[in-house]
Design a binder for this molecule. Sequence first.
Ligand code: NAG
Length: 556
Amino acid sequence: MSLLQLTGHLLFIVISISSTFASESTVPYPITCETRGVDLKDDVDVVLCPPDCTQGRVSVFGTGIYASISSVCGAAVHRGVLRSSGGPVKIHKQQGRKNYISSHAHGIQSQSLVRWSSSFTLTKPVTSPQELTSDGSATVLPPMEQPAAKKESKVKKPSVKKALTGGNRECQVDLAMVLDSSKNIGQRRFNLQKNFVSKLAAMMKVGSTGPHVGLVQASDLPKTEIFLTNYTQPKELLFAIKELSYMGGNSNTGKAIKHTAQTFFQQENGGRRGHPRVMLVLVDGWPSDDLEQAATYARESGINVFLVSVAKPVPEEVTMVQDKDFAKKAVCKDNSFFSHQITSWFSTTKHVKPLSQKLCSTNNMLCSKTCYNSVNIAFLIDGSSSVGDTNFRLMLDFMTGIVRSFEISDMGSRVGVVQFTYEQRTEIGLSDYTKKEDALNALQNIRYMSGGTATGAAITYTADMLFKNTGPGRNFMILVTDGQSYDEVIHPAEQARNQGITFYSVGVAWAPHEDLKAMASEPKDSHMFFSREFTGLSEFVEPIVKGICRDFTEKN
Ligand SMILES: *[C@@H]1O[C@H](CO)[C@@H](O)[C@H](O)[C@H]1NC(C)=O
């Protein structure tokens, strides 16, 4: 058949079908791997995907429900409704969501995303005439489909293997419950606490394809008693909780939070990739140690900390409380959503349901937005003749060191570089690279300009050109210079800061101390760095990354 004939044939089908089923277009509309949900106009559409829309070629945000900037075919592979050989899929447009969860499925790693204006879901297109008569509503697969389902796709009868519960599929969190096991609480209230968390776990419907729950005890030293994968059946879990023994000692809740954030959710300890991480911290009275640093750490690790404080300190006890605001500091966002007050261990029952709902409402868990996936970093590097080739390379290594810590992607962090002499050259624009390897590669290939030094003009250029289309509160400029500028720097830096850019100044060799200080954001001592030699730059990588995270956390 000639191509012409084939085209004619296809055309014929298009016309005949669309006249029969005018309401639903069933002829796949061919798209590419890069076509995103937003690129398609219709609310429901059957599209034809090419083969090999694989990892590396596609960006996918979410699991089950995908942000509309996702590749349609990539998301379809991730969802398991499209093989790598390509084929038709049906896309259903949906409202925007507050949170998209990342996961790894069918060879594709999807990314997380907070808040997007529209979404889509995917199904296999309706093919048999029988199914055509149905209302066409999407039979959306439950989220996080288990690979085992592939083999026995027809075995859907509920009679099979009813003994094991899959749990609540609507609630896919990995939850750490941190119990107060200090001497203050006492054996009796400790038992009431065990009762309470058992009821919570039961209400949440723990199961292999639902929430996974583990448990840590806070005492002098924290102790992980139950890992996420140990018990995925409610009966076993409740039994294990009942068997827990009381420890006594101080209530070092901060230590326990940190311990949990560092170890509990790791994959080797049973943490599931792409599942929201939640920590429920119970405190009887008040903690013996400081919670703020631990909570910051948890937040930076993308963990949603919920704090339940039971029984407030009585007036005589108030003086013993180190920090009356501990509840606020323990949670990643200081609002009533994340902290919960219960007056006594004898009145916890009515809190079981609302709390279990909160622990499952992943749409409200904004704490997975971290400094690593949410900032725009622009480097401003001195390309003047005094630097020299060798030191220029050290400067590139310095930038590479910093960029490695961040998640560079479409919706994640961004990096840009401007090199300056008397002139300015945009080496990397903030939206040039959406993959970390590509950005790092480009960084290493920046060519040394060599020339004079006009730092002030370069700051103004970067503030105007690089940051012109980005939102406030997340923008960082890192200047690296080795000498005195020929033009005025203080005013341009001030302008940039007023524009919402956090300014880090890094000086080497002859860079004047007063200028570095004047340019840097407050507090000055954590935003300015100086080294006599370029070899000293590498030591600034860690404090700068930490500084950016601190700045981000304070402003968001
Ligand atoms: C619980 O899980 C941990 C980590 O996966 C494992 O090392 C340990 O043996 C498990 N314990 C039980 C009782 O299953």
